[in-house]
Ligand binder design. Structure first.
Ligand code: ZN
Length: 388
């Protein structure tokens, strides 16, 4: 994708100078789209006068435009309507996996406008930092007004006191706490936000996906592992130590591969692409082969997908019992079990719901692309500059 020429001379907005009310108005437009001044004032409990003042501030900083100043004004947008100006700022979002670093650039509306990926020889701390810095610098050279960097990875991110620390990441083989945000800030010269990847996916889903307009949402991310993100009362639940949403070692009551804790009957024994490969009897990395065989005929491969579907249903039931969310969204690149054996998922779900009618459980499976993880990381950076 090429850089839109009109943006070349833009510089990032001065976020730190923005008023608290300005941030709230911007966030409302970001999540809910263009609105009339009257609706915004009502929703945010602002007087007409203070909204006028804030709207002027946001227009002056180039972050929003009144409807009559849009390029599409010929279609008759009223001046009363306020619109985000998406090109006013860009954000870099990065998803780190054990094999690659995936990076995207989004505009202020969290629309992806550019992307790239860099292979990792091994996911050591040094290699990951180097690849994230390379990716960010390359994208900053293409997009002149980058405001912040967000990084998502399969790890606990401790943010209770002081700077956020990546506590540990079994998937990357990191055990000691890593001050990743500080390391990256020093090298790229941007504010940096670090988040658990599924938490980032969840935050973005709540703002921009089918989670919009739901005050409580649970998101499952299933792929190389299984993660869970929780939104309650419109807030992402981080937990006291950044560890909320751990569902992977819930016991399922069947026998599968041994997990890292030595269980053979937990969610990790069945749900995740490596677990399915192991239970299907194919070599690591041959998930696609196992899937082809499972679709073609009965047998061990089909059983592995069925057991994964049952275990995922069990995990979903546990969070529904605990949290009673309005919506559960199933996301990730490893959800083929739902197509191979949807009945097994329902069986695991219904067997573990506690006095909850199945009809009260709202599930969806939004369209998924792997880039949503990196976009989620960018969304956490947007959230950070708007809440600072
Ligand atoms: Zn386990």
């Amino acid at each position: 994708m090429s850089r839109p020429a009109e943006l070349a001379s833009d510089s990032p907005p001065r976020w730190s100078e923005l008023s608290a009310t300005g941030r709230r108005v911007l966030l409302d437009l970001l999540v809910h789209g263009p609105r009339s001044r009257i609706r915004i004032a009502e929703r945010l409990g602002l007087s007409r006068a203070s909204l006028t003042r804030v709207a002027r501030e946001l227009v002056d900083s180039g972050l929003i435009l009144p409807g009559d100043m849009l390029a599409s004004a010929s279609r008759g947008r009223p001046a009363e309507e306020l619109h985000l100006r998406p090109q006013a700022a860009h954000f870099v979002g990065v998803k780190v996996t054990a094999e690659r670093v995936y990076a995207v650039v989004t505009d202020l509306a969290a629309t992806v406008v550019d992307e790239l990926s860099i292979a990792l020889d091994s996911p050591t701390e040094t290699n990951v930092v180097g690849a994230v810095v390379d990716a960010t610098r390359t994208l900053m050279a293409r997009h002149a007004n980058v405001s912040a960097l967000g990084v998502g990875l399969a790890a606990d991110v401790l943010r209770r006191t002081g700077e956020p620390l990546v506590a540990s990441s079994p998937l990357l083989g990191w055990s000691a706490p890593v001050p990743l945000a500080r390391l990256l800030t020093d090298l790229v010269g941007l504010p940096v936000t670090i988040a658990n990847d599924v938490h980032a996916l969840t935050a973005a889903h709540h703002w921009f996906g089918s989670g919009v307009n739901h005050r409580s949402v649970v998101v499952y991310g299933v792929g190389a592992g299984i993660g869970c993100g929780v939104v309650i009362d419109d807030e992402l639940v981080q937990g006291a130590h950044g560890r909320s949403g751990r569902v992977g070692h819930t016991r399922v009551g069947r026998t599968g591969r041994e997990c890292s804790n030595g269980h053979t009957d937990c969610v990790h024994s069945f749900v995740s692409m490596p677990a399915i490969e192991a239970n299907a009897g194919v070599a690591p990395g041959e998930y696609a082969l196992a899937l082809d065989r499972a679709r073609a005929a009965e047998g061990r491969e089909r059983d592995a997908f069925a057991a994964a579907a049952y275990a995922l249903g069990t995990a979903v039931a546990e969070t529904v019992d605990l949290l009673d969310p309005e919506l559960v969204s199933l996301m990730g690149e490893g959800l083929d079990m739902l197509d191979v054996d949807p009945a097994a998922f329902e069986e695991g779900l219904v067997a573990h719901l506690e006095q909850v009618p199945r009809s009260d459980v709202r599930l969806d499976r939004p369209p998924f692309a792997f880039g949503l993880y990196a976009r989620g990381a960018a969304a956490t950076a947007i959230r950070e500059v708007l809440s600072a």
